[in-house]
Write a protein that binds this ligand. Structure first.
Ligand code: DSN
Length: 423
């Protein structure tokens, strides 16, 4: 019999311990290229795994519905102050459980059901929660979607302006899940002002690049900024909403009691740690290296005959059309995963294929950059991707076990010089 203080999970629950251990090993031994993932530091992981999980704390510091807030209030205040200072924001709410609830809270704070909202469509690189039809945000709101230009696959600001003038949305989202270029926050702000819309940026993917000052800053131009904390920002899984003072009350009310119950205090602690880390010169250097690696990987893949959507990247991700490689995104991603190279199949703009087996892959560099890789290693990553894709294309996606295990060993050997922090 173990009690809750038993530090030895291996003894208390070998089954769960075994699965966690296997996942740790998988993360150590894979080239992780999923653009929305990273390696959180040991400090972030420790801050999120402790008895703060035991405490209920509905409300906000100084205004709670439960007693026992001696340490929870200062902790949440610290996280709020660090978030405000990191992003130069007037107000921060650190309670959102993750990005999707954060975005729903933004809508709850600013719109009524049935109001018109606008966002980048999912197939063009947007996010489900920006009004896509199967999401609550597309069901409860009248969502108008803008896209990218057919000629260069960049966001079409003329279309955004035209649609905004025609539909007079209450709120416009600017943000993405799979778009490799900078966002024109200033341009969106001019359009939103013109039609009287609230402008909300979702910087989930690029928060670390914004914090590291290597991506244009949304905070001066947008009324509200939402983000997750676990992607390029390298924190725990969670969400954050920043806003200008006039929206502060409505945002807080929407997060609690509008949408959520008690905040996850252990995650709040880990967010505070991540915000401190992200304010350091080391993190700024990391953000810069992410951008350099994105560019280097793009150049190396282009050399090997891959087609890059928009011709390259300004940020941490590449969207790659595999049509010229004669394989679908799904088959390539599955074959790569069998070889220890992890990424996701992704629709490309105007994709003739279905979303579950699309024409492209999305390739992100936040995790490999955290492991200490630089542009020279991106050339090797590109070579390994190409080797697997060519092999898989030649066998209709079905690579042989011998090829997979030899390539996996090659990947492990390559990764040995780049330890995975936190693991
Ligand atoms: N699932 C995330 C991504 O991979 O981009 C977005 O929520």
């Amino acid at each position: 019999m173990t009690d809750a203080r038993d530090p030895d999970l291996a003894a208390a629950d070998p089954e769960v311990f075994g699965l966690i251990d296997d996942e740790h090993r998988r993360q150590r031994e894979s080239i992780r290229l999923i653009a929305s993932e990273n390696y959180a530091s040991r400090a972030v992981i420790e801050a999120s795994a402790n008895a703060l999980t035991n405490k209920y704390a509905e409300g906000y510091p100084g205004r709670r519905y439960y007693e026992g807030m001696d340490f929870i209030d200062p902790l949440e205040k610290l996280a709020i102050e660090r978030a405000k200072s990191l992003f130069g924001a007037e107000h921060a709410n650190v309670q959102p459980y993750s990005g999707s609830p954060a975005n729903l809270a933004v809508l709850l704070a600013t719109c009524k059901p049935g109001d018109t909202i606008m966002g980048l469509s999912l197939p063009a690189g947007g996010h489900l929660t920006h009004g896509w039809k199967v999401s609550a945000t597309g069901i409860y709101y009248n969502a108008v979607q803008y896209g990218v230009r057919e000629s260069d696959h960049r966001i079409d600001m003329e279309q955004v302006e035209k649609l905004a003038k025609e539909h007079r949305p209450k709120l416009i989202w600017v943000g993405h899940s799979a778009y490799p270029r900078h966002l024109d926050f200033e341009g969106f702000a001019a359009i939103a002002k013109d039609v009287g819309a609230v402008l909300a940026a979702d910087i989930a993917h690029i928060a670390g690049l914004v914090a590291g000052k290597v991506h244009p800053d949304p905070v001066p131009h947008c009324d509200i900024v939402s983000t997750t904390t676990h992607k390029t920002l390298r924190g725990p899984r969670g969400g954050l909403i920043l806003c200008k003072e006039p929206h502060a009350k409505a945002i807080d009310k929407a997060v609690f009691p509008g949408l959520q119950g008690g905040p996850h205090n252990h995650t709040t602690a880990a967010k505070a740690v991540a915000f401190k880390e992200a304010a350091s010169p080391d993190f700024r250097d990391y953000a810069q290296r992410v951008v350099h690696n994105g560019r280097a990987l793009g150049e190396a893949m282009a050399e090997l005959g891959f087609t890059l959507i928009t011709g390259g990247t300004d940020n941490h991700l590449l969207l790659v059309d595999l049509t010229s490689k004669h394989i679908s995104g799904r088959k390539a991603a599955t074959a790569l995963n069998r070889c220890g190279i992890e990424l996701n199949a992704n629709s490309i703009p105007f994709d003739p294929r279905k979303p579950f087996d699309p024409s492209g892959i999305r390739v992100g560099v936040p995790s490999v950059t955290t492991r200490g890789m630089g542009p020279a290693q991106m050339v090797e990553v590109a070579r390994l991707i190409d080797k697997v894709v060519v092999q898989a294309a030649g066998h209709d996606g079905e690579i042989e076990e011998d090829f997979a295990s030899k390539t996996k060993a090659e990947v492990r050997e390559f990764l040995a010089a780049y330890p995975a922090p936190g693991l």
